[in-house]
Design a protein around this ligand. Sequence first.
Ligand code: RIB
Ligand code: CA
Length: 329
Amino acid sequence: MKKIIIDCDPGIDDSLAIMLALQSPELQVLGLTIVAGNAPVEMGFQNAKKVLKFLNRLDVPVYAGEAAPRKREYVNALDTHGADGLGESFLPEVENQPIPEKTAVEFLSDELRKGGVSIIALGPMTNLAKLVDTDPEALLMAERIVSMGGNFRSHGNCSPVAEYNYWEDPDSAKVVYAFAYEHQRMIEMVGLDVTREIVLTPEILEKMITANPVVGDFVKKITKFYFQFHWEWEHIRGCVINDPLAVACFLNPELLSGLEAFTDVETTGISLGQTVVDSMGFYRKESNARVFTKVDTIGFWELFLTRILQISKKQVQEEFREVYLEKNQ
Ligand code: RIB
Ligand code: CA
């Protein structure tokens, strides 16, 4: 089993990613570390607990991390994720789940130092940048660092050129990519170029409910607000579920392809939060990022649906093929 820590800001798509990770037998989820992002850190902590309770996995520890970006003012994304950060599903609070004394960054440091642990980062990189400050040796021991964030040729979702996770805290993203450059490491960047291909449509959702009413209803509950948001703002029928693709990338890297390049993050001005991917080698700097540009969407849906619905690949191929092919016709 591969040991991972999911650093996240639940968040609707973070929740779907947590569901995928915990239903994947190849993974041992050592814990969830929460960062301010979609929702304030305390709300994200509770939302993580709500998802773990639904999965009957309250054994997975959750730690609270940084409550604000490294330098900028904190800007949440509750307009996208709903007032409760979970699609206004208003699930009941999970009782007796105090926030641990140990911080997210302390937990990351302790676990990474044991070796053989990877990070799947689904939110702003504030916790990871804090770890660079406090214990860079621990981060050096991370086996893989997969980040949902950034964009190469796809337009932004927070500005014409910036994706939310790196826009909300560009200074932290810059610190982490600089750390990777300094130590010849590769950040696996699962950005909008590929996540925009992963659209949960009403048709897929309805078939999920048929295949597994309990899980399907839960997914419907937490995504209905997201559907409305996507229609109003991006005129998309359905919702882009970004974060599960980062987990899928960790589980099966073959699902994604792209390029290796030196990548930096702009931290000021009109293009703040933009990932500058030097695909042509202008800066003559070693690559510090594997930037994905193509995704096997059918391979993703077969992985995602079999795992979270607990159904066979054959059943997915028979029941879902015509609906998830729709996006790609
Ligand atoms: O831009 C999309 C990313 O920002 C996703 O991880 C979403 O959950 C938010 O964190
Ligand atoms: Ca997220």
